[in-house]
Design a protein around this ligand. Structure first.
Ligand code: R5P
Length: 308
C-alpha cells in the first residue's frame, strides 16, 4: 500500500504533529528557508510515491500562509508524491465568495483555483465560511464539521436547558446542526454590520427565557459579531457561552474577555499560544486523523463529521 505521509506548513505545526501522532506515522517536519528580502522556500523532504497530506490552515498572516501552502503543494508534486491532499482546516478568503461592490475580486475562487493549480488532488476543510467553496474548486472538496466535537465539550454542562443562538442569519444552519445533536431550541440575532469592527444587534428572534445561551458561529475574527449578540442576550440568558469553529482570537481576545462571557470554546484549526479562561481549545486533531485515515484507505468519511 502507498505509504501515508503528513507534511506540515508553519501555520500550525502543533496540530499537524497531533494528527501524525494519532495516525501513528512519522512526525511532520517543517523546514522553511527565508530569503533576506522576505521570500520563503519550504522544503518537504522525501515524499516520492507517498500519499501526502499537507496540513496548513490559511490563518493570519493569511497571505503568507496561502503562499506557503501553494509552494508546499508544488514541492510535493515535483517530488513525485503519489497523491497530494491539501488539508486546510481554516480556509482564509472564504468570506470573499461574492462581490459586494463593483470592482472587487472573487477571492474564494482565486485561492481555490491556485490550490488546485499548485498540485493538490483534493482539498479538506473544516467549517468553511461558505458552501460555495465546493462549487468553485476545480478539485474535490471534503468539508468536515467540528460541531459534534464542540457540542460534546459544551452541552453536558447545561443538562438540556439551553438555547442555541445563531449570532447572525449566516449562522442559522450551523446552530441548527448543533441543536440537532443536543435537542435544544434555536434563536437568532439579526445583526447589522456598521464597519469591519462594529456590529449592532437589531433584534432577537426566538425565546431565551433565562436559560443558558450557547452562541454558535463559524469563526471569531474581530469579536464584533459576538459582542453584539452578547449585548442583546445579557439580561435574557442565565449564562452565556460561545462555541466557534475557528478562533483567530489574537485581535478579539481582549474584546471578548471584557464581555464577561463564561466560556469561549474554539478549535485549534488556527494555532493558539497559551490560552487562559474564559478561552478553551477543543482540538480537531481526532477529526482530521479520522478523515485522513478514511481517505488514505479509500473509505467513505464518517457521516457524523461530514458537513452537509
Ligand atoms: C460572518 O458572516 C461570520 O460568520 C462571522 O460571524 C464573522 O466573520 C465574525 O467576524 P467578527 O468577529 O469580526 O464579527
Amino acid at each position: 500500500m502507498t505509504p501515508l505521509r503528513v507534511v506540515s506548513g508553519s501555520a500550525n505545526p502543533r496540530l499537524a504533529a497531533a494528527v501524525a501522532e494519532l495516525l501513528d506515522v512519522e512526525p511532520p517536519g517543517c523546514a522553511l528557508e527565508r530569503f533576506p528580502d522576505g521570500e520563503i522556500r519550504p522544503i518537504v523532504g522525501h515524499v516520492g510515491g507517498q500519499d501526502v497530506y499537507v496540513v496548513q490552515p490559511t490563518s493570519p498572516p493569511v497571505n503568507d500562509n496561502v503562499l506557503e501552502l501553494l509552494l508546499l503543494l508544488d514541492a510535493c508534486r515535483r517530488s513525485r508524491a503519489a497523491r497530494v491532499t491539501a488539508v486546510v482546516p481554516y480556509f482564509g478568503y472564504a468570506r470573499q465568495d461574492r462581490r459586494t461592490r463593483p470592482g472587487q475580486a472573487l477571492g474564494l475562487r482565486v485561492v481555490a483555483e491556485a490550490i488546485a493549480g499548485a498540485g493538490a488532488d483534493r482539498l479538506v476543510v473544516i467549517e468553511p465560511h461558505t458552501a460555495a467553496l465546493e462549487s468553485v474548486s476545480p478539485i474535490p472538496v471534503e468539508t468536515l464539521t467540528a460541531i459534534p466535537l464542540l457540542a460534546e465539550r459544551i452541552s453536558p454542562a447545561h443538562g438540556g436547558n439551553a438555547v442555541i443562538v445563531a449570532p447572525d442569519a449566516g449562522a442559522v444552519r450551523l446552530a441548527e446542526r448543533y441543536a440537532a445533536l443536543t435537542g435544544d431550541p434555536v434563536a437568532l440575532v439579526r445583526k447589522h454590520r456598521e464597519s469591519e469592527t462594529r456590529v449592532t444587534a437589531i433584534e432577537l428572534l426566538g425565546t431565551v427565557d433565562h436559560r443558558a445561551a450557547v452562541i454558535v458561529d463559524d469563526m471569531i475574527s474581530t469579536g464584533a459579531t459576538l459582542e453584539a449578540a452578547v449585548d442583546i442576550l445579557r439580561y435574557r440568558a442565565a449564562d452565556i457561552v460561545v462555541a466557534a469553529g475557528h478562533g483567530p482570537l489574537t485581535a478579539a481576545a481582549e474584546r471578548l474577555r471584557r464581555l464577561g462571557v463564561r466560556r469561549v470554546v474554539v478549535t485549534d484549526t488556527v494555532a493558539h499560544e497559551a490560552v487562559t479562561p474564559p478561552f478553551e481549545v477543543c482540538s480537531v486533531a481526532p477529526l482530521l486523523a479520522e478523515a485522513i485515515a478514511s481517505m488514505h484507505n479509500d473509505r467513505p468519511l464518517h457521516e457524523l463529521f461530514v458537513r452537509t
